[in-house]
Design a protein around this ligand. Sequence first.
Ligand SMILES: [Zn+2]
Length: 343
Amino acid sequence: MMKEMNTNLQDFSHKRYNILSGEWVLVSPHRAKRPWQGQNEPVSNERRPSHDENCYLCSGNTRTNGEQNPNYKNVYVFLNDFAALQEDSEVFSINSGLIKAQSEQGICKVICFSADHSKSLAQMEVVDIVKVIETWKKEYVTLGSEEIINYVQIFENKGAIMGCSNPHPHGQIWSQSSLPNEVVKKDIMQLAYLKKNNRTLLEDYIKQELELKERIIFENESFVVLVPFWAIWPFETMIVPKKSQKHIALLNNNEEKKFAEAISVITQAYDKIFECSFPYSSGIHQAPTNGSSNNHWHWHMSFYPPLLRSATVKKFMVGYEMFGSPQRDITAEIAAKIMRALV
Ligand SMILES: [Zn+2]
């Protein structure tokens, strides 16, 4: 059943509820009421060589710690030379009045998506993105089976604007003994929903979104790409498997291809919005590897891109957003419409 879009949401200030985190985002559509006039400021999209002898991630090159990368052809994973978490660090806790601390152990890895220095996921073939997904699956299982690891966070920082220091296509995998804040929030909300409804939260959410069709950008047999109702970043999106699945290791061969297709479609659409290599942070939230059944988890991949109006104008999370709550002008529905036209 198709419902009329609620025009109040496009006309008046309101807050939207994030069903995954239990938090609110303030939306002020009247501030973006004028027709979309996103300028196309061509950015110096410098062409990179497919192999850069100064890049520490390129195949065969030597990293700063003196180790040499093998002559890898596709995907290459190695332990982060400057890891934020370490496997063998001292275990301790401090509980002294109001001063509280706990040691944290972990394993951090870097994953090169391709041997080609000049490419990003948007320019990679779907078959090559499948190889990245297969490596993510393997790392999730291997790291997750370590005694000290209870959660595996797969993510990518793309673009200098996101603090990414090297343009070589790569991501990271941080795994650790405790659950990070964002995962704890989603764990609580999804568990409460499953207990009450006996279905996963995202299974029902996707069903509703597919009926409304207001925020869907793309779908294939296994996945939906959409702008979540509660999106904070102007062009925030989420890739969600249609069937309830708690982690990526459960993806079969066909689903891997469909997932790769979804990544390819959304990253290409991103590059078209402002005709630039679109910066973002993306990450996969999935079931902790803490030995629990975690049937309440429905994994998903989120993209948080900072650009607002052009390749050079980004959204700042400052002022009210630091002291109050996140806020956006352009609504999720308008953002979805812009991106849908680029798919
Ligand atoms: Zn490189």
